[in-house]
Design a protein around this ligand. Structure first.
Ligand code: FES
Length: 144
């Protein structure tokens, strides 16, 4: 890493210029998650049409890594089917950002949880059974 910050250039970019900040008023699913330890909160909005995530936005009250991972996960899910989106682990989000310092991996967990929470809300609003993939906790790649 060229600079002395523990963050990759991609993390800094997504923190300083976060993509998809905001709300989707007629969202198909909305998920809010928080980390009780650091107190950060992430809210994710998904617009889903024919099983495809056509739009994603977020609002995050949290640390720089939480903002960067929210930004990245909303970029990653757009255009994906629900099944494809469910394969996105917090580790994949961190990797797409060029990595996160170990003590910041939990911030990427929040991003994965926000995505799952919004998908859960979507299924519930549709009156459908929530697939097991959504309710199970993460992908065992949370890192510490
Ligand atoms: S410190 Fe709380 S999510 Fe990053």
């Amino acid at each position: 890493m060229a600079d002395r910050l523990p963050y990759s250039e991609k993390v800094m970019d997504h923190f300083q210029n976060p993509r998809n900040v905001g709300e989707i008023p007629d969202a198909s699913g909305v998920g809010t998650v928080g980390n009780p330890i650091c107190g950060d909160v992430m809210k994710m909005f998904l617009k889903i049409e024919n099983n495809v995530i056509v739009d994603a936005k977020f609002k995050t009250f949290g640390c720089g890594a939480a903002v960067a991972t929210s930004s990245m996960v909303t970029e990653m899910v757009k255009g994906k089917t629900i099944e494809e989106a469910l394969k996105i682990s917090n580790k994949a989000v961190a990797e797409a950002l060029g990595g996160l310092p170990p003590i910041k991996m939990h911030c990427s967990v929040l991003a994965e949880e926000a995505l799952r929470s919004a998908l859960k809300d979507y299924y519930e609003k549709q009156g459908l059974a929530v697939p097991f993939e959504i309710t199970k906790r993460g992908h065992n790649e949370h890192g510490h």
